[in-house]
Ligand binder design. Structure first.
Ligand code: PHB
Length: 390
């Protein structure tokens, strides 16, 4: 063999070997998020939250580069989410599945996590049952039952006796309704009416009229982040339910920080329970807010979904550290995640080793003006709340 040919061959071999080493040095995170359609807000929040984390903590951990691969589920579309997950697992060979703003998408992908033993980090989707659908799922967000149950207790204790409930007619809405009702009724409250509204294309006017006619002291609502809370609050003001003496109490999804100012002054005074407010006063939250503004621009306000993605990346980074060198191993990752504590922008959280759901403080907040801006201002907290839906 000529010296020249030998040289070319050994160069080719070196290239193949280094490509192998490079593959080992990259950890791929396949993020399935709602990037278009009426729920695009959830995807944009999550992707920017994950990018903000990488901006602060870097793109490498334990000597490996963490590559985010984002795919658009287009909305509540289980078939699309499932196909995207298959492609990410088979073609891109991702080490982690992540994202999931909406429950139907998370549920559709859960069996694939089990089949492939790949860790699946749920950064928002909040129906209680999700974590029970695969032992390879860990959730870093919250559950609707976790925030709605404390609100039922709070309402009964704070002079609200008659409530009408209105929730989106799918997993998280039903969980919210059931959990709220249970603690509210146990506290002496009465449910005077209830309705579940469609997940797509909802027209609130007829429901609002019925609620007005029933004359409750408050309406309890859960609607998924996006266009619906804005439409509800607009209709509420237009039909003058506020003037009829009806208050809104809700899970924090309805007054989420991203859209809050777009609702104008109508939500002022609304009391909600949730796990994160942009007004939370801590060094971690200040770091998060600054990083988010750096990646997404000052006009795009982050909400709890961005925080879920930030914390999801924190969990993934720690799992990579604890996995050590060698291929990412699903069982080792899940062992690392069980009991993991994260200093989140929302406050300290822990992934419950038994349920793989977050144990966290739930805050009672009121929509208020502060320095000319509108915020969810925390005024009470309930520490160490587990998902009561299990
Ligand atoms: C969900 O589909 O699980 C979901 C969507 C939006 C929310 C909360 C939960 O605000």
């Amino acid at each position: 063999m000529s010296g020249r040919l030998w040289g070319a061959l050994s160069l080719a071999v070196a290239a193949i070997v280094s490509a192998g080493a490079a593959a080992q040095d990259v950890v791929k995170v396949g993020m399935i998020a709602e990037m278009s359609g009426p729920f695009a807000e959830t995807g944009r929040q999550m992707v920017n939250g994950a990018k903000a984390y990488q901006k602060v903590f870097g793109e490498t951990v334990g000597g490996r580069r963490v590559e985010l691969i984002v795919r658009d589920s287009t909305g509540p579309a289980p078939e699309v989410a499932k196909r995207l997950a298959q492609e990410l697992l088979v073609n891109d060979k991702v080490d982690f599945l992540a994202g999931f703003g909406l429950t139907p998408n998370a549920l559709a992908v859960a069996p694939l996590a089990t089949e492939t033993k790949r860790p699946m980090i749920v950064m928002n989707a909040a129906t209680s049952v999700i974590t029970q659908k695969s032992p390879y799922i860990a959730r870093v967000s919250f559950t609707l039952a976790q925030v709605a149950a404390p609100l039922g207790t709070w309402a009964a204790k704070n002079g609200i006796a008659k409530v009408y409930t209105l929730v989106a007619d799918y997993g998280p809405g039903i969980d919210a309704e059931v959990a709220f009702k249970k603690t509210f009724v146990a506290g002496g409250g009465e449910i005077v009416g209830e309705v579940r509204t469609p997940l797509r294309n909802v027209e609130f006017a007829p429901y609002l009229q019925r609620i007005k006619d029933a004359r409750p002291q408050a309406v309890f609502i859960f609607l998924p982040v996006g266009e619906q809370p804005v439409a509800f609050m607009k209709g509420f003001a237009e039909r003058e339910l506020d003037k009829a003496g009806i208050r809104v109490i809700a899970t924090g999804d309805v007054t989420e920080d991203g859209q809050l100012e777009a609702m104008g002054e109508t939500p002022l005074g609304v009391v909600t329970t949730h796990h994160y407010s942009a007004a939370h006063d801590s060094a971690q939250n200040r770091t998060f807010l600054k990083a988010f503004a750096d990646v997404a621009g000052p006009d795009f306000k982050p909400n709890f979904m961005a925080v879920g993605a930030w914390d999801g990346m924190a969990a993934i980074y720690e799992a990579i550290r604890r996995n050590g060198s060698g291929p990412i191993d699903g069982d080792r990752v899940l062992a690392a995640l069980k009991g993991l504590k994260i200093d989140s922008p929302r406050g300290p959280i822990m992934i419950d080793p038994e349920t793989r759901d977050v144990v966290q403080t739930v805050y009672v907040r009121r929509v208020q003006k502060r320095g000319g801006r509108i915020y969810n201002v925390e005024f009470e907290q309930i520490p160490n709340v587990k998902d009561p839906g299990k």
